[in-house]
Design a protein around this ligand. Structure first.
Ligand code: B16
Ligand code: MG
Length: 219
């Protein structure tokens, strides 16, 4: 392989915003009168906001009108943003800054490929927005992960073919999207959960120092 580019998922790879999604969804579940646990929250990782609400309502066995759903989605996001607007650089996950430095040194371009419609705001909060060549997020796509659309747009932004793109993902739906797109998938988190990924690491600090060089040689 002559050239590679990298596509990063946001939540679970760059920052842990899942904990804030959890607090916001849990408070809605409390209002609707049912239990929403951290285990339930795992089902929402990497999934769009609308789909997350569908899963939440299924858990609580609650049926709502379209109007009520829209109202809930708005209030969930407002609650979520109250946490996001307090985020700072200290919330960047271990190994991220070092990895971006490595990519800069190797002149490997990287873009974001996230389901979140708040991605640019989150990156701005943690002072990483300007480092990415492009941001592909929930506002740029019509089909959510596991559909590969978000990553295929990412490949276009990198001006590379999908086989030359390396995707870092923490969610099953995201690994599936990367594999469907014919990209190199790197699962960040539990190896058993992300067993479909081409490579697995618990977090970005575990990435071997020559990881990208070896990809260039292997392919
Ligand atoms: P928002 P990622 C995803 O981010 C989250 O993992 C998922 O839990 C969330 O529902 C989704 O973004 C949408 O987020 O409500 O901000 O539009 O992992 O794809 O970076
Ligand atoms: Mg994620």
């Amino acid at each position: 392989m002559q050239k590679i580019g990298v596509i990063f998922d946001l939540d679970g790879v760059i920052v842990d915003t899942a904990k804030y999604h959890f607090l916001a969804w849990k408070s809605l579940a409390d209002e609707l009168g049912f239990q929403f646990t951290e285990t339930h929250n795992e089902l929402l990782k990497g999934v769009s906001r609308v789909k997350s609400l569908e899963i939440l309502l299924e858990i609580g066995n609650v049926t709502l009108s379209e109007r009520e759903k829209q109202k809930i989605l708005k209030s969930k996001n407002e609650h979520y943003l109250s946490y996001i607007t307090k985020m700072g650089q200290e919330e960047i996950l271990p190994g991220v800054t070092e990895l971006l430095d490595t990519l800069d040194n190797l002149k490997i371009d990287y873009v974001l490929g996230s389901a979140s419609k708040n991605a640019a705001l989150i990156l701005k909060q943690v002072n990483l927005l300007d480092r990415f060549k492009a941001i592909v997020d929930g506002n740029s796509v019509s089909r959510a992960k596991p559909d590969p659309e978000v990553f295929l747009i990412g490949a276009q932004k990198l001006q590379l073919s999908p086989e030359n793109c390396v995707v870092f993902e923490d969610a099953i739906a995201g690994v599936e999207a990367a594999n469907t797109a014919n990209m190199i998938s790197v699962g960040i988190g539990d190896k058993n959960t992300l067993s479909e990924a081409d490579y697995n690491f618990n977090d970005l600090t575990e990435l071997p120092s020559q990881f990208f060089q070896s990809l260039l040689v292997e392919n």
